[in-house]
Each structure stands twice: as structure tokens, then as C-alpha cells.
Design a protein around this ligand. Structure first.
Ligand SMILES: [Zn+2]
Length: 308
């Protein structure tokens, strides 16, 4: 497959996945794509879900305030003395102040409660909206707008964590010329099963952005090691992944077998890194890995000035 050069737009992260979700004020369509224009009805009435929850919350406040005022009014109406009237009014004012204080202290909780209720009530619509979003991305893909299709799937993937969406993103990424300066990701794309395209992608990342390879990636490589080795460049990819693991002492301690099996074939700079991790931490019992590293050192790098 011929790889195409692309200029990917950066991926904007949000604290919560749902923060990117929007709802159409007019037709109720949910979407994670687009800013203002609703993809279903074409009106510029998309609003952030949080905003919607906030307006529902406000509606709740108005309802409660009206209820209290009505009770106070009824109290005043039926009171038989000035004392009773003033007690009613004072009681009303106190409850309004208490309610206001309570609201203020529990605003975020109430908002997430409203949000939860909204999502629960509209779950079918939400799923359907995201299905339509994916269909739109596939249509863009068929129009040969691969970069845009990937960016759309990347957005949908923040909420829809199915293997299908992940595999589609991996395949598109594998059709691009990847570069160091690109906004790439790995962990959200990791699958439970073996997938050669994902492994190829991990191999590329181990050269371009090894910082993206973390615990989950190393665990994936270990679980599927036998299958990776059966791939054409399998061993080469595993050497790259092991070379990414020597980046941190923690990874070397967590995955000594992965590192040990490929230590001999690591490029010099990666082996030097491993050698230093072990030499700088003599208090740790490195076991068989320590023995292997010193054997490789004695065989290949004993006289190398960089190792002194
Ligand atoms: Zn709409």
C-alpha cells in the first residue's frame, strides 16, 4: 500500500470524553462532529451537552423557587394574624436563602446529575447520533478524503470505543506517512486481540514517538509476542518495542523478559540506555536480565568509550 503524506490537525483533549458531545436544540440530534451546524436538520443550533444540562438545571431552580413562593403566598393568604404573616414571609425568605446556598455548593454535582439523567433518557438518540457520525466519516473516506475521515473517526473514538472504530483508525494511520511532529496516539487504539496493522503501527511509533509506548503497549506486545514473531518484520518490531521499554527503569523492572529477549539486538544507543539503568540501580536485583546485560557488554561494548 502506497503511503500518502498528510498534515493532521491536532487532537484537542478534554477533561471528560462527553465534553465534546453536542446536541441540536432544534431536532435533538446528538453529534460529536461539527461546531454549530446540525448535520441532520442543517440549522445552526448545536449546543454543548454541558450547556444543555445547565439549562435543565436552571429550569429545575426556577421550578423549586416558584414552589416555595407559592407555599409562602398560600401561608400568607391563610394566616390569621400579622405575626403569622411575618413568620410565613420570614420562613419563605430563609428557605430561599438555604436553597440558594445548597445550589451553590452542589452546582457541579447537580450538573453532572442532570447530564447523567439527560444521557440516560436520550441514550437511544445518542447511540443513533454517533452511528450517523460514523456513517458520515465512512462516506468521507469513500470520497477519498482519508485525512478528514481519520480525524472524524478519532473524534467519534473518544466516545465509541469499539474495535471497529479502532481498526478503522489504525488502517487509515497505516496509509499515512507518519512523522515525529504529528499528533498521534496509541493507548486509545489498543485492541484485545492480535492485529498486524496495530503491531506495524506500534513498530513505527517505537521509532518516531517512543514516549507513546507505555504499560498497555508493552503488555500487548508480550501477550501477542509469538504471533508478532510470525510477521515479516516481527522481530524487528519487537526490538523497537523493547528499545522503547528501556526508556524508564520502571518498564525494565515491569517487563524484564521482553527486554531480555531482545537486549542482544538492541541498537547501541538503546543498549547503552539499558546498561545505564542497570548500572545506576545496583540495589535492585536484576537477576537473569542483569547477567544477560553484562554478558552483552563484555562481548560487544567492553572497549567502547561511551560505556565508561
Ligand atoms: Zn438538528
Amino acid at each position: 500500500m502506497k503511503k500518502i503524506p498528510v498534515q493532521l490537525n491536532p487532537y484537542i483533549k478534554t477533561r471528560q470524553a462527553y465534553e465534546k458531545l453536542k446536541i441540536c436544540h432544534s431536532c435533538g440530534r446528538f453529534t460529536i462532529l461539527g461546531e454549530k451546524i446540525c448535520p441532520s436538520c442543517g440549522k445552526s443550533s448545536l449546543i454543548k451537552l454541558e450547556k444543555k444540562a445547565l439549562s435543565l438545571q436552571r429550569r429545575g431552580i426556577v421550578k423549586e423557587t416558584i414552589l416555595i413562593l407559592a407555599l409562602v403566598a398560600a401561608g400568607i393568604f391563610f394566616s390569621e394574624s400579622t405575626l403569622q404573616t411575618s413568620l410565613c414571609a420570614a420562613g419563605g425568605v430563609t428557605s430561599l436563602i438555604l436553597l440558594w446556598m445548597l445550589r451553590r455548593n452542589t452546582r457541579t454535582e447537580r450538573q453532572s446529575y442532570q447530564l447523567g439523567k439527560l444521557l440516560q433518557r436520550e441514550s437511544f438518540k445518542l447511540v443513533d447520533g454517533l452511528r450517523l457520525d460514523r456513517e458520515a466519516a465512512i462516506e468521507v473516506f469513500h470520497n477519498d478524503e482519508k485525512q478528514q475521515a481519520y480525524e472524524m473517526l478519532r473524534e467519534i473514538g473518544t466516545l465509541v470505543r469499539t474495535d471497529q472504530i479502532k481498526v478503522e483508525q489504525i488502517l487509515l494511520l497505516q496509509s499515512f506517512v507518519l512523522r515525529k511532529d504529528m499528533d498521534l496516539m496509541l493507548e486509545p487504539l489498543l485492541l484485545d486481540h492480535f492485529n498486524p496493522d496495530l503491531v506495524q503501527y506500534m513498530g513505527e511509533l517505537s521509532k518516531l514517538k517512543r514516549g507513546l509506548l507505555k504499560e498497555k503497549a508493552f503488555r500487548y506486545a508480550l501477550i501477542h509476542e509469538a504471533q508478532i514473531l510470525r510477521m515479516k518484520d516481527g522481530e524487528h518490531i519487537l526490538i523497537g518495542i523493547a528499545g522503547a521499554a528501556v526508556r524508564l527503569k520502571r518498564y525494565v523492572i515491569l517487563y524484564p523478559h521482553l527486554v531480555m529477549r531482545y537486549a542482544r539486538k538492541l541498537p547501541k544507543d538503546r543498549f547503552l540506555r539499558l546498561y545505564n539503568v542497570i548500572r545506576n540501580n545496583p540495589q535492585h536485583n536484576w537477576g537473569a536480565l542483569g547477567a544477560e546485560v553484562s554478558e552483552i557488554y563484555n562481548e560487544k561494548y567492553k572497549w567502547d568509550t561511551q560505556f565508561q
